[in-house]
Design a protein around this ligand. Structure first.
Ligand SMILES: [Zn+2]
Length: 131
C-alpha cells in the first residue's frame, strides 16, 4: 500500500481523470495505491498503463459516464473502459478478480506513476483464469 507518491498524498477519495477531462471518477483509496503492476497480456502490452486495484464499490463516476466506452474481448469477462473522446483507458473490471476494478495509475490527479520506480509485471500471457 502506497500512501505518498513523490509529493502527492493519496487521498481517501482521490480523483481520476482521462486526458481531455470529459471523464472524472472518484476512487475510494483508504489503503492508498494497492498492488501497482504492469501486465504482458495482449491488451496491456499495447495499452502500457500501470494498473492498481480498487473494490467494485470504490469507484464513483462524477462526470462523463456517457463518454465511457466499453471494450471486451476473448472470454468477455473483463470490462475495459476508456474515454471515447481522448481514448485514454480509465479503469476495468478485472477478469482474475471480478470483485475488483483495475484503474490507470497515470490518471490519478497529481500522480506521476514514474515515481513508483520499478513495477512488477503480471504474467498475463499465462493468465490464471486460463489454467
Ligand atoms: Zn477524455
Amino acid at each position: 500500500m502506497i500512501k505518498i507518491l513523490g509529493k502527492t498524498k493519496i487521498k481517501e477519495k482521490h480523483k481520476l481523470t482521462c486526458h481531455c477531462g470529459a471523464v472524472e471518477l472518484l476512487l475510494h483509496l483508504p489503503n492508498g495505491i494497492v498492488n501497482p503492476r504492469r501486465c504482458d497480456c495482449s491488451m496491456c502490452r499495447r495499452r502500457g498503463a500501470i494498473v492498481a486495484s480498487v473494490q467494485l464499490d470504490g469507484i464513483e463516476i462524477i462526470k462523463g459516464a456517457e463518454m465511457l466506452k466499453l471494450y471486451q474481448f476473448n472470454t468477455m469477462t473483463a470490462k475495459h473502459y476508456f474515454c471515447s473522446n481522448c481514448g485514454i483507458y480509465t479503469h476495468h473490471q478485472r477478469r482474475s478478480n471480478p470483485s475488483e476494478y483495475g484503474y490507470n495509475v497515470g490518471c490519478l490527479e497529481d500522480v506521476n506513476p514514474f515515481d513508483l520506480g520499478p513495477i512488477t509485471t503480471a504474467d498475463g500471457v499465462n493468465h490464471p483464469s486460463d489454467q
